[in-house]
Design a protein around this ligand. Structure first.
Ligand code: NAI
Length: 337
């Protein structure tokens, strides 16, 4: 047994370790000049776990960096121009990627594939070369395909570690909590919903039956909220009327996920959130990427949780999700092959 003093010393030592690990975390944003990249850079500048912020874009990043760098938080911000990708990636521990084109009205996320696939592949190839041990957070759509593209690109370079690659599906989780809170008069902090599957239309599967607030929603109200969670992004695309898709709520969601990962990397226990990762859950059906609750820790992905008990409606949603998701994943892999 440790004496009380020794135990106290150990606790403060491990606290010092985790906070110093957290203090030395360099985070890069690739696509920092864009609609998501700018507010995301702002929010990351406010995150105490970030020690240095490296902002890269093919246009506009030095300006965003100069602006954000005046904020009175501890991290140092540097902006990099189009030809400075390697410098931007140097020494980074976490890399967030919102680079690429967003949707316009009438487009699906898959319509972005042709443009965004090569952007994401080329960024991943640079990461493989310069910072192969970084944790990579993919925001660029279609996430169901861009995450496999990054995985295959890293694998080709011999540096793929599935514990360090994440598709950011947090906006679906944020929307689900908000929309459920709205119809049940709950604080969204209480009406949290696990969202599994992928990140587009029918591949987004909210598990309302696992939430005390959600399981009370039935019939038409249930159909409506499921549709709204799956297609909430369309509301924003339509309202912006050609000017893009969700940027502010997405920046919030991206910063929220990055914060969860940084806390896990810093040694905090019990950090669990849905994210789209290389997953064994439906591998027997040829689907090797899937979003479910994942515990984040010092190595990134510590534990992939099973989806848990599903209602009959959720079984149907999952049955509709899997074939689409499979196609999206295969399309991403085929692009790199
Ligand atoms: P945006 O067009 O405003 O910004 C994209 C930025 O990427 C631009 O500044 C552009 O210069 C930059 N970029 C293009 N090619 C690049 C390259 N090779 N290297 C570095 N930067 C490059 O678009 P927005 O609204 O910021 O959206 C970005 C992506 O995020 C889109 O693909 C969009 O579909 C996706 N998105 C994902 C969500 C999610 O839940 N995962 C939610 C909303 C959007």
């Amino acid at each position: 047994m440790f004496s009380r003093t020794a135990a106290r010393a150990l606790t403060s030592q491990s606290r010092a370790f985790s906070s110093s690990a957290a203090r030395h975390t360099k985070v890069a944003v690739l696509g920092a000049g864009g609609g998501i990249g700018q507010p995301l850079s702002l929010l990351l500048k406010l995150d105490p776990h970030v020690s240095a912020l490296s902002l890269y874009d093919i246009r506009g990043a030095p300006g965003v960096a100069a602006d954000v760098s005046h904020i009175d938080s501890g991290s140092k911000v540097t902006g990099y121009a189009a030809d400075q990708l390697d410098q931007a990636l140097e020494g980074t521990k976490v890399i967030v990627i919102p680079a690429g084109v967003p949707r316009k009205p009438g487009m699906t996320r898959d319509d972005l594939f042709n443009t965004n696939a090569s952007i994401v592949r080329d960024l991943a190839a640079a990461i493989a070369r310069v910072s192969p041990e970084a944790h990579i957070l993919v925001i660029s759509n279609p996430v169901n395909s861009t995450v496999p593209i990054v995985a295959e690109t890293l694998a080709k370079a011999g540096v793929f570690d599935p514990r360090r690659l994440f598709g950011v599906t947090t906006l679906d989780v944020v929307r689900a909590a908000r929309f459920l809170g709205e119809i049940t008069n709950a604080d969204p902090k209480e009406s949290v919903v696990t969202v599994i599957g992928g990140h587009s239309g029918a591949t987004i599967v909210p598990l309302l039956s696992q939430s005390p607030f959600g399981k009370a929603v039935t019939g038409e109200a249930y159909e409506k909220i499921v549709h709204r969670i799956q297609f909430g992004g369309d509301e924003v695309v339509k309202a912006k009327d050609g000017a893009g898709s969700a940027t502010l709520s997405m920046a919030y969601a991206g910063a929220k996920f990055a914060n969860a990962l940084l806390r896990g990397l810093g040694g905090e226990k019990g950090v669990v959130t849905p994210t789209f990762v290389k997953s064994p859950l439906y591998e027997d059906q040829g689907i090797d990427f899937f979003s479910s609750n994942v515990e984040l820790g010092v190595n990134g992905v510590e534990k992939i949780h099973p989806v848990g008990p599903l209602s009959a409606e959720e079984e149907k949603l999952l049955a509709a999700c899997l074939p689409d998701l499979k196609k999206n994943i295969e399309k991403g892999k085929a692009f790199v092959a």
